[in-house]
Design a protein around this ligand. Structure first.
Ligand SMILES: Nc1ncnc2c1ncn2[C@@H]1O[C@H](COP(=O)(O)OP(=O)(O)OP(=O)(O)O)[C@@H](O)[C@H]1O
Ligand SMILES: [Mg+2]
Length: 461
């Protein structure tokens, strides 16, 4: 933190002295102001990295000063200090553009951690701004965007794979971009002028899946009035995406295996083999190795599919991609909704970078879509974000410095419970809605509500 500039705005000389004495040792250059007005004057003359702001000042409430500070120096990181630490004030401070919130007496080690992290994150935000112009060439592959090391690894694999015409297996949590990868594999390959056919294996009842894949002859079963061409035939000369392949029955798996081995199959109710030239791309969010071990997935099919594997990392493991994706989606939706948004506020980016995104990129995209609807003016602010994103970030920030001896699992439980309650409240107690916002299934929401003993009725209305 050497050479960074800090402004302390507090009327209590003792607080100023203690903070200065401690933080000067980190190499920070420190100025002081006793009142809000004096603080603003300082900010007019000098540029700062941090402002430590007291909640109660002689001339103004600290909260009310935050927007003025941010207007003068949009990139400055404002940390509020108060003796009256309530959650409500914390939320309000962050809504108005503060970066974080501390209760007096300030725990200096925690303050240092928060400041160091804030600097890192600001760096990240700046880099993403620079990247905007270079993005087209370096941080994208097909429709995929990303500049993290992990995504560059994915792009490298894809570059090799597109020309090879092999089978590709795409793995990753829900919402990580598997379908987009499949599209990129097709559109960059020599098959690009051929058809790209998608089949979602779970969306189709097992009884119909076979005829959907392979087609059927007229009269093959009751209701088969006409001959039907299956997806494999439709994809001839192109690519087929077998989505959610981990959810396919063992029966269907055997039939797919045959197509992979022999490039031929029969229509349901037919006898003549049909030959096809199709590249197979398969995707799943399941752990196929585990499924093989437990007998739910055929090992031979797994090896056939697993010629090249593309693993998409969850969004929470590549936070540097978040600003990039957020800006991309903001531009997309701003254009769509006819809004003249120019940028995302640093506070909003901070909250997004701290959030865990259980629903990955899809959830981020939805969050931005909603935020664009709420936004006014040319900046998308933290208070435009869905509450679950915002409260998640405050929860994470406060958990960092509780200073208790709770174990990690206990802390995680507490945070999970908090997020669930906040989201459920925001959703008026409707579990299905809350589940969707958090990117988890209704079933898993139900389990979690039960596990945490959350009283849904109290969250309604
Ligand atoms: N790297 C990325 N760059 C741009 N957009 C992305 C990226 N990853 C995902 N998206 C977008 O996020 C949304 C979800 O992606 P996609 O449908 O490909 O996810 P998925 O992995 O197939 O999820 P599921 O397992 O739930 O089917 C889409 O709108 C997609 O365009
Ligand atoms: Mg998908």
């Amino acid at each position: 933190m050497k050479g960074r500039r800090l402004l302390i705005i507090d009327d209590d000389p003792e607080v100023r002295y203690t903070l200065r004495a401690a933080l000067a040792r980190d190499g920070l250059q420190i100025d002081e102001a006793e009142t809000g007005a004096a603080g603003l004057e300082r900010l007019d003359g000098e540029s700062y990295d941090f402002v430590l702001l007291d909640h109660r000042l002689p001339d103004i409430e600290g909260l009310d000063l935050v927007p003025d500070i941010r207007r003068r120096q949009p990139n400055v990181l404002v940390v509020m200090m108060t003796a009256y630490g309530t959650r409500k004030t914390a939320v309000e401070a962050i809504r108005r553009g503060a970066y974080d919130f501390f209760t007096k007496p300030i725990k200096l080690d925690e303050l240092r951690v928060v400041m160091a992290r804030a600097l890192e994150r600001r760096q990240l935000v700046r880099e993403s701004g620079k990247l905007r112009t270079r993005r087209a060439s370096e941080a994208a592959f097909g429709g995929l965007i990303g500049k993290s090391a992990a995504m560059h690894g994915v792009f490298d694999t894809l570059t090799k794979v597109v020309e090879a015409d092999t089978t590709v297996l795409i793995l990753g949590e829900s919402g990580t971009g598997k379908e987009l990868v499949a599209e990129a594999v097709h559109s960059k390959s020599r098959r690009r002028d051929g058809p790209f056919v998608k089949l979602n294996c779970v969306a189709i009842p097992e009884t119909l899946l076979e005829s959907e894949l392979f087609g059927h002859e007229k009269g093959a079963f009751t209701g088969a009035h006409d001959r039907k061409v299956g997806k494999f035939e439709l994809a001839n000369g192109g690519t087929i995406l077998l989505d959610e392949i981990g959810d396919m029955s063992l029966d269907t798996q055997a039939k797919i295996l045959r197509v992979l081995q022999e490039r031929e199959f029969e229509r349901v109710g037919g006898t003549a083999p049909v030959n096809v030239d199709v590249r197979i791309v398969a995707a799943t969010n399941r752990d196929l190795v585990q499924d093989v071990r437990e007998g739910r997935f055929r090992e031979d099919l797994y090896f056939r599919l697993n010629v090249v594997t593309v693993r998409l990392p969850p969004l929470r493991e590549r936070p540097v991609d978040i600003p990039l994706l957020a800006e991309h989606f903001m531009q997309e939706f701003a254009e769509h909704q006819g809004k003249s948004l120019e940028r995302i506020s640093p506070g909003a980016l901070d909250a997004m970078c701290e959030f865990q995104w259980p629903g990955n990129v899809r959830q981020l995209r939805h969050a931005i879509e909603r935020a664009v609807i709420w936004s006014e003016g040319d900046e998308l602010g933290a208070d435009d974000l869905p509450t679950e994103v915002l409260s998640g970030s405050i929860v994470a920030a406060s958990a960092l410095r509780t200073g208790t001896d709770d174990s990690l699992p206990d802390t995680m439980e507490r945070i999970e419970r908090r997020i669930l309650i906040d989201t459920l409240r925001g959703a008026g107690g409707v579990q299905a809605t809350a589940a969707r916002r958090l990117g988890i299934s209704e079933r898993s929401m139900w389990h979690k509500v039960k596990k945490h003993g959350i009283d849904i009725d109290r969250l309604k209305g």
